[in-house]
Write a protein that binds this ligand. Structure first.
Ligand code: PFF
Ligand code: NA
Length: 452
């Protein structure tokens, strides 16, 4: 047992840690990305592979991140350095932390742009602008938003400020306070929307679409997307969960805690699908519509339904809350590092980092308008950053973390923190040494050399 605490503070209880980590995990990945990639990949079989990835790869890696953070009680770079030293391993492993901070900064820059779209949609749903619009009109409204850098900048700036304010306020006064209020609100909103979807008369169609496991529909490519998404959705591979773990109480069991977080994230994704698809089906729209599913199809659907203005607004508030708590967690590891390593004040570190990510966000929002001809490997800045972070950097971070936890950290130290029964510890250890890195390596290989 170690009695160290982080200089940033500690969560008030095990449940606060669970809710804060769930706040990080549950985000645009669950409510925006998961339904549209499920739609694009044909539904059921994709969902099944995604569930397997969460259980076999995601959960064991999350356990590793939490125990590394909790043992060292420091930001990811210093945590890995400390644990490497303790196990007489190379200090170079701390490069994982550096790469993770970079991933966080890059993800934030497009995440905040989408967060801005969500804020804009809260406004236009609330004012009733979208009531009764056709698909063409909704498509034109979304297209018009993307072509308007001033409006995008306004909302991106607001979203960035909302995030930086919370991070600057610190682990207890900032993150914990937002967690306590926003996470229960998020669950209540989700249940309200699920209830609403049940009244559409198409709930069964939505259910079948997600849970009819038709293996003939499964392609290699969709399996690869499912694994990549399991990292993104659980906030793994970049040190976020490590940083949150460093504020965890010593008493709490890591295994149970991590299972709860993984289950909550998965539940929110599934419920979001069960809330969205019936609404889509009841309006005879296409579930495979891609990224516009939420910003084009849903507003049309809400606009034609009883109380659509109210429930449409609540829906986008829900997405906004989810995005906000995730965005906070994207900045936390780097801010903790700047404070611990360079002795900066938290306020200074948060504002400094905030200005950098805000600036990068401008390049992302410009992808749809004044910078649309700037491309990297054929992708605009927004798509490129989404691609390299979710599909390359996070899985790579994940492999390195599992190799570090499995091969470098001495079993005794891992078991000190994890306190698993012998059998389960063995399973976890095999997953760290072999299963997780091999699965991820295969996926990375195919992502870089796509099967056509
Ligand atoms: N897990 C978040 C989502 O599903 O939207 C995204 C995310 C947040 C990824 C924080 C990584 C991270 F560190
Ligand atoms: Na998620």
């Amino acid at each position: 047992m170690n009695n160290k605490t982080s200089i940033q503070g500690s969560w008030a209880s095990r449940w606060i840690f669970i809710l804060a980590a769930t706040g990080s995990a549950v985000g645009l990945g669950n409510i925006w990305k998961f339904p549209y990639i499920t739609g694009e990949n044909g539904g059921g079989a994709f969902v099944l592979v995604y569930l397997a990835c969460i259980l076999l790869v995601g959960i064991p890696i999350m356990m590793a991140e939490v125990f590394i953070g909790r043992r060292a009680r420091k930001n990811p770079i210093n945590a890995i350095t400390d644990l490497a030293a303790e196990s007489a391993g190379s200090k170079s492993w701390s490069i994982i932390g550096l790469m993770g901070m970079l991933s966080g900064v890059l993800i934030f820059s497009f995440y905040s742009v989408v967060g801005g779209w969500v804020l804009h949609y809260i406004k236009i749903m609330l004012t009733g602008e979208m009531l009764g619009v056709t698909s063409e009109q909704a498509g034109a409204a979304f297209g018009g938003l993307l072509e308007d850098p001033t409006t995008l900048l306004l909302w991106h700036t607001l979203f960035s400020i909302m995030t930086v304010v919370v991070v600057a306020a610190g682990v207890n006064k900032g993150i914990e306070t937002v967690t306590r209020v926003m996470m229960p609100a998020l669950f209540v909103l989700l249940l309200i929307l699920l209830g609403y979807a049940m009244t559409t008369g198409s709930f069964g169609d939505g259910w079948n679409f997600m849970f009819h496991f038709d293996f003939s529909a499964l392609t290699w490519n969709s399996a690869l997307i499912a694994l990549g998404h399991s990292f993104f959705t659980l906030s793994l591979g970049m040190g976020t969960i490590m940083a949150y773990g460093s504020y965890m109480t010593q008493k709490a069991s890591i295994g149970k805690t991590v299972l709860t977080i993984g289950a909550l994230d998965t539940l929110v994704a599934l419920v979001a699908g069960l809330a969205i698809f019936p609404i889509i089906f009841s309006n005879n729209m296409d579930p495979g519509a891609g990224p516009g599913l939420m910003f084009i199809s849903l507003p049309v659907a809400f606009g034609q339904m009883p109380f659509g203005q109210l429930f449409g607004t609540l829906f986008f508030v829900l997405v906004g809350v989810a995005a906000w708590t995730s965005a906070i967690s994207l900045l936390e590891p780097t801010v903790a590092f700047l404070v611990e390593k360079f002795k900066l004040k938290r306020l200074t570190a948060s504002i400094g980092l905030g200005i950098i990510v805000w600036g990068l966000g401008i390049a992302c929002l410009g992808s749809f308008n004044f910078m649309s001809d700037v491309t990297f490997f054929g992708k605009n800045t927004f798509d490129f950053l989404d691609y390299i972070t979710a599909n390359i950097m996070l899985p790579l971070g994940g492999i390195l973390i599992s190799l570090f936890a499995g091969w470098v950290v001495k079993d005794k130290f891992a078991q000190d923190e994890l306190q698993l029964s012998d059998g389960i510890f063995k399973l976890w250890n095999i997953s760290m040494k072999y299963t997780a890195p091999i699965a991820v390596a295969i996926v990375l290989y195919f992502l870089i050399n796509p099967l056509s």
